[in-house]
Design a protein around this ligand. Structure first.
Ligand code: SAH
Length: 348
């Protein structure tokens, strides 16, 4: 690793300041910024509208680190999983999920995860650090290149459902989203981005205050405090379902954007009438829809099991009878451990 500062850690304003300080025209900073964020340059030499001297000068002062795809797997259903090497040699995973017309990138926000969700493989890894904005953007850039190469169309959607809790890396995730959506950088629509969170009330409110235009998904998995805390200890630490609800109501009040609840149904844990009723009641309190997601076994030591089909059907019926939109989502990429909750750097 070299010690030159990462040029992609500076904002356009900061770069402009640097240029002016060094007797360069401020508009050069804009050109460099476009090379970095729009044209995805990996070296200063590629920046052909700058003089050779300026390119050499920048090269003396800055580095342009970029993630490296260390390992790549393709599932029989077309799903792609990448092991992404970072500048300090740590690794995260990112996934591409193709459908006929769309490709969704599932990106990571942290190396490991500090939460301790009992059913998630990432929870078994040590929480190492937050990803930087450029490391998050790079996952999107790579996903877009792969989507074009393997599926024949550009990336269409992004979900923050990879490793880590995006709202516990709030500033870097928002700064990455700013770059992904800015027309000075990638220019994607924020409507095509979804933040998935275990539910951190303080940052859900902040996201609403900051006028984030992205979709919000909450990993609910239980609408009874005692049950939710048992499988997601973060529930208790963050003040329980009531605090979460009030943050979600705040979010809806400000954004008018309906919340998606992600919900796993486990045998012997939340597969009873009481759990179903609690979920219906919770959903009635804030405009929301429910994604019943298929549980992916982590490994043979896993104590969790997906509930029986008739229980899923009972959830579906109770929710739709109450006028709540509900979908059942089948998992993809299980054969390569690329499905939700299976990201655990197993290749290492
Ligand atoms: N920390 C964020 C994002 C990462 S998890 C969050 O909690 O939302 C992405 C989604 O996968 C969450 O809904 C999570 O609850 C779910 N998930 C975790 N482990 C899973 C597993 N083994 N099978 C299916 N989904 C799982």
């Amino acid at each position: 690793m070299n010690n030159k500062p990462n040029i992609r850690s500076f904002s356009l304003e900061e770069l402009s300041g640097f240029f002016v300080e060094h007797n360069e025209k401020a508009f050069r900073a804009k050109q460099v910024y476009e090379w970095l964020w729009k044209k995805n340059a990996r070296t200063f030499d590629e920046m052909t509208n700058l003089s050779k001297d300026l390119r050499a000068f920048l090269d003396q002062h800055f580095s342009i680190p970029h993630i490296q795809i260390r390992y790549f797997q393709r599932s029989t259903d077309g799903t792609i999983k990448n092991a992404v090497g970072l500048k300090d040699n740590l690794v995260v995973e990112s996934v591409l999920i193709p459908t006929a017309k769309r490709t969704t990138a599932c990106v990571s926000s942290q190396v490991g995860c500090a939460l301790d969700c009992k059913f998630c493989a990432t929870a078994r890894l040590k929480n190492m650090r937050n990803l930087t904005p450029d490391e998050i953007v790079d996952q999107v850039v790579e996903a877009d290149l792969q989507s074009k190469e393997y599926y024949g169309h550009p990336l269409s959607n992004i979900v923050f459902m990879g490793m880590g809790e995006p709202l516990l890396n709030y500033n870097n995730v928002m700064s990455a989203i700013e770059k992904i959506t800015s027309d000075k950088a990638l220019g994607m629509s924020p409507k095509r981005i979804t933040i998935s969170t275990s539910g951190i009330p303080k940052f859900i409110r902040k996201m609403a205050d900051d006028n984030a235009k992205v979709g919000l998904a909450v990993s609910l998995h239980a609408a009874i405090d005692e049950v939710r805390t048992r499988i997601m200890p973060v529930n208790q630490r963050q003040g329980g379902l009531k605090m979460l609800l009030s943050a979600l109501q705040y979010w809806y009040g400000k954004t008018k954007s309906r919340i998606t609840f992600e919900y796993l149904v486990f045998k012997g844990i939340n597969d009873d009438e009481k759990s179903i009723k609690a979920l219906v009641d919770y959903c009635k309190k804030v405009p929301s829809k429910v994604n019943l997601i298929e549980y992916n076994q982590i490994d043979d030591t896993d104590i969790f099991q997906q509930a029986a089909d008739h229980v899923i059907a009972a959830y579906q019926k109770a929710l739709s009878d109450a006028g709540i939109i509900v979908t059942v989502r089948r998992s993809k990429g299980q054969d390569i451990d690329a499905a939700c909750g299976q990201l655990a750097n197993k290749f290492e």
